[in-house]
Design a protein around this ligand. Structure first.
Ligand code: NCD
Length: 299
């Protein structure tokens, strides 16, 4: 296993032992922050975000700083030469000359794979349209592992926009590899895409809550809808609140990649089962592990 110099575009890019190694390193960085110090001394990470982001970009930047590296990048492509008509390919070629690793978020599925194919530095997919979001999946697995230990046999109910939600697209195959059991609870018309949904049972929210170990709630991806009414109907079709959680087992947890826009009520926040802010915090050690491995500086 050697992750040094590699890209991370899809969760399938990682072999099982590589997934485990990243999670182990994340654990060691979280438990012993001193062990991370100075690993990326003199290295530069570029965050190229062509779509809005709070957690993914800033946790990558925080992770870089925690490892002693420096960050360049942009969070508003409208302030770059993309605005003048420059292609993604040309932009990436240039960024690869300025940094040792490039983290890319794009509104277009497949764009990050294309970018990765044309430069020699590692390229990390921070979300490509309705495609994948592999680093979020590592954060999700890490959060579940920290809570449950082993994921084997754990039932993970995926609630909401399973059609456009890229976090789910990376998470489903990863759960299957850890012998966890994904269960689909789609908003109307927003089921898992073909090729991902086979073998994943579908249920309703109440039964899912009563039987799952993890309620993984997602936002309806407004930016992928052309029809405002269809978006609103899908968004209003489900809501997780404290009353629903009374059905859950006492060990079960609620996760969400965030941002939430009403699908998890604020009355869930104070409950011990609410794990989404801890999940967001876990973005830092997990992304530290990703950067350290891809840049050949892992423990
Ligand atoms: C997700 C994303 O961008 O796909 N956010 C994140 O990275 N935590 C989820 C979303 O936007 O709904």
């Amino acid at each position: 296993m050697d992750l040094a110099g590699r890209d991370l575009v899809a969760i399938g890019d990682l072999a099982d032992d590589e997934l485990e190694a990243l999670l182990d390193t994340a654990r060691s960085f979280q438990d012993d922050p001193l062990g991370a110090r100075g690993r990326l001394d003199g290295r530069i990470v570029c965050t190229a975000f062509f779509e809005p982001s709070t957690r993914t970009r800033l946790s990558f930047e925080s992770a870089t700083h925690r490892l002693g590296g420096a960050v360049i990048g942009f969070s508003d492509a409208g302030a770059t030469s993309t605005k003048k008509g420059e292609t993604l390919e040309d932009t990436i070629r240039v960024l690869a000359g300025y940094a040792d690793l490039v983290v890319v978020r794009s509104p277009q599925a497949g764009a990050v794979r294309r970018a990765a194919g044309i430069v020699d530095v590692p390229v990390v997919n921070a979300g490509d349209g309705a495609g994948e979001h592999p680093t979020q999946t590592l954060v999700d697995l890490f959060t579940m592992q920290r809570h449950f230990g082993s994921l084997r046999g754990r039932r993970v109910a995926l609630v909401g926009d399973l059609k456009y939600g890229r976090t789910v697209h990376s998470l489903v195959p990863a759960l299957e590899r850890f012998d966890a059991v994904p269960v689909a609870v789609p908003a109307p018309g927003l089921g898992l895409p073909d090729g991902l949904g086979e073998g994943v049972p579908t249920t309703d929210l109440e039964s899912a809550a009563a039987t799952c170990d993890v309620l993984y709630v997602t936002r309806v991806q407004q930016e992928r809808f052309h029809d405002a009414m269809a978006y609103e109907a899908a968004r209003d079709a489900f809501r997780v609140d404290a009353e629903l959680l009374e059905r859950m087992s006492s060990k079960a947890i609620v996760m969400h990649p965030l941002p939430r826009v009403g699908e998890v009520a604020a009355d869930v926040d104070p409950l011990p089962s609410a794990k989404y802010f801890e999940q967001a915090r876990n973005g830092v050690p997990v992304r530290m592990a990703i950067l350290a491995h891809l840049l050949g500086e892992a423990p």
